[in-house]
Design a protein. Structure first.
Length: 63
């Protein structure tokens, strides 16, 4: 999940900041390589908190 999200987000942010050009792909991959390890660590750190928040917001169906 962190790999896919980091790939998409780095692509969108690179496109917004740099625009489409000759070096877009190399800039995108450079950003992705720098961002993915951070996204990977944050996924493990924040996942328990997000799980708790979702559990409080979503009620399970009663039988």
């Amino acid at each position: 999940m962190s790999c896919f999200m980091a790939l998409l987000m780095s692509g969108f942010v690179t496109l917004i900041n740099q625009g489409w050009g000759e070096s877009f792909f190399s800039q995108w991959m450079h950003a992705y390589v720098r961002v993915w390890p951070i996204a990977f660590v944050l996924l493990f750190v924040l996942r328990p908190l997000v799980t708790q928040i979702v559990a409080r917001l979503v009620q399970s169906p009663t039988k």
